[in-house]
Design a protein around this ligand. Sequence first.
Ligand SMILES: [Zn+2]
Length: 239
Amino acid sequence: MNYPGPSDYIDIHNHGSKASPGIFTIETLMAHEGREPVDLEGITFTIGIHPWYLDEGNKGLLLEKVKELAGNPNVAAIGEAGFDRIRGASPFLQKEIFEEQVIISENCHKPLVIHCVRAWDELLTEHKRLRPKMPWLVHGFRGKPELAAQLITKGMYLSFWFEFVMRPESAPLLKSVPVDRIFLETDGADIDIRDIYEKVSSDLEIDEDLLKTRIYSNFCSFFDPPPPLKGGKNPLLWV
Ligand SMILES: [Zn+2]
């Protein structure tokens, strides 16, 4: 697995990433796509089953694919996995396959990236019941500060929905979330992660370089254990 540096912009959730200097990207592989993680500078991968592309007919094959790739060194996390009450498989099947992916995440010691639309009770119930040791990241978040606080209390990280985060009205939510729990993402949209960092650092009234260092530090905590770095000194110990 490749790792970012403290001065990189980190795009924690993307689809169709292209390598770009100074930007470190997590590319999301969805099992139904049949794509493979490859060795690419500045990019690492997640593998999961998205609730939109799941049905009773393909679930066995998709699970096999996730299990097959989970241990791949270029796969950093499992997901996106989760719940969607607007679109996708039946709630029952979504739950079954989410649980399978939590087990894979725990067994391979890699964190879980979550897609959750209007199913917060289900997500929180699963977290309580399964008591995962691996951290969970809710991507595309745009809920209320109270909901954000509830998820963070459970130890989860949040990555904000790119479109919402660029709007002025997202500032109260951004300010309500501790900086050590946030990530930023483009989610495959035609938007530059650097513009998102600029907007968020301005809302948080912190220097953009500091925001980069903080999100880098979150990256290292989320992808526990931290990577051994060349030269022996691990910046985690001082960030
Ligand atoms: Zn996505």
